[in-house]
Design a binder for this molecule. Structure first.
Ligand SMILES: Nc1ncnc2c1ncn2[C@@H]1O[C@H](COP(=O)(O)OP(=O)(O)O)[C@@H](O)[C@H]1O
Ligand SMILES: [Mg+2]
Length: 357
């Protein structure tokens, strides 16, 4: 690695193949773990897509790959994105749910009526086709940006298999029950509820569809989001990733007034965003807009804007890949709160303005 010549794909592959895939023991490229490898003059990026239950196993791999690439002479930008593939469709549940194929054919099952949460004016979902694209990051920061506009805001972590709101808001501990209602936790002016407060995350990971959807319904309708005299203006729901049966059931059971869809600029992610939009449209939930996250020159930019135009839905703007955004999530202080005058906060303020309208 003493060669100061421009970075070559071979050199990047060699560095990545020196890092073993924890499952197969083979190098990251040789094992197929590193996907969509992009190498330009001074930059490189790729995606690691794993099963939702393997994200903890692969997070150190992502960090090691990022560090190794960054150490290469001449390298100025590195982006390794760890994504969880959509929940497995190969888990048949007889008599319940509806196949995505049936949705595509325009024959959605009648929505399962679920009571609207009491004293909540609007329920807005943040969704994505796949995990790891920044859905929770957007949900939390959007909620904070809405609160900064003077609205009373709640956030519901509906990602019952991979709750991340507890970490992103630095919250933990069982909530109180008062008069049969769950008291939400409070952070940065937000009322927050997550299955992560109710159970150990490891337990939630193995929940099957019906249990997951029951937990969500309970958190939605049995949390004291607002009161008669102080209703909640907006409840932001961080939806689980994916466009399969489980997601469909959850969408049908959640009384949503609109959805914001998050995508990354790559074509594969955009295809997933498109499927998410189709899914929400078929159950009558309007798409408020598409956000391009992790936008930047490693993975390109502008893909989501073009896709939004194709789908005839509003484009809400892009959020650059920025260390401050990830650090905010890890530290439990969203970047919108940690750096209210920064670039990311101003992007979220603009998105919040549209969503609040
Ligand atoms: N714009 C961004 N810049 C840098 N890191 C980001 C950005 N958006 C998300 N991340 C990081 O990417 C990871 C996945 O984001 P997350 O919001 O948990 O995705 P999802 O909810 O879609 O699974 C987290 O570590 C998060 O901090
Ligand atoms: Mg998430």
């Amino acid at each position: 690695m003493t060669d100061p010549a421009p970075l070559t794909k071979d050199a990047v592959v060699a560095v990545l193949d020196a890092i073993p895939d924890p499952k197969s023991g083979r190098g990251l490229v040789a094992s197929g773990v590193a996907q969509g490898l992009t190498v330009a003059a001074d930059r490189a990026g790729f995606v690691i897509e794993v099963a939702p239950s393997d994200t903890a196993l692969y997070a150190p791999v992502r960090d090691a790959a990022e560090a190794a690439l960054r150490a290469m002479p001449g390298m100025t930008r590195v982006s390794v994105i760890l994504t969880a593939e959509s929940a497995p469709a190969a888990r048949p549940r007889r008599g319940a749910g509806l196949s995505p194929a049936a949705v595509e054919q325009g024959r959605p099952r009648a929505p399962v009526p679920t009571d609207r949460p009491a004293h909540v004016r609007r329920v807005i979902a943040v969704a994505s086709g796949k995990g790891g694209v920044g859905k929770s990051t957007v949900a939390v920061n959007l909620a904070c940006a809405l609160a900064a506009r003077g609205l009373s805001v709640g956030i519901l972590d509906a990602d019952v298999h991979g709750p991340s709101i507890p970490t992103m808001l630095a919250l933990s501990g069982k909530p109180d029950y008062v008069d049969g209602m769950i008291e939400p936790h409070l952070a940065h002016g937000l009322k927050a509820m997550s299955v992560g407060f109710l159970t150990k995350a490891d337990d939630a990971m193995i929940w099957r569809g019906p249990m997951a959807s029951q937990a969500l319904t309970q958190m939605l309708t049995q949390t004291r989001w607002g009161t008669e005299h102080a209703p909640l203006d907006i409840l932001v729901v961080d939806m689980p990733p994916g466009t399969g049966d489980i997601q469909l059931t959850l969408i049908q059971k959640t009384p949503l007034d609109g959805v914001v869809i998050v995508s990354t600029p790559q074509e594969v992610a955009l295809a997933d965003a498109r499927r998410a939009h189709t899914l929400f449209t078929k159950v009558g939930v309007p798409t408020l807009g598409l956000i391009e996250n992790m936008s930047g020159d490693v993975f390109g930019r502008g893909g989501a804007e073009a896709e939004a135009a194709r789908l005839n839905i509003p484009y809400l703007g892009d959020l650059p890949l920025a260390a401050s955004v990830r650090q905010g999530g890890d530290a439990g202080v969203p970047v919108v709160v940690a750096d209210p005058d920064g670039e990311a906060a101003s992007r979220f303020a603009a998105i919040a303005k549209v969503v609040a309208a």
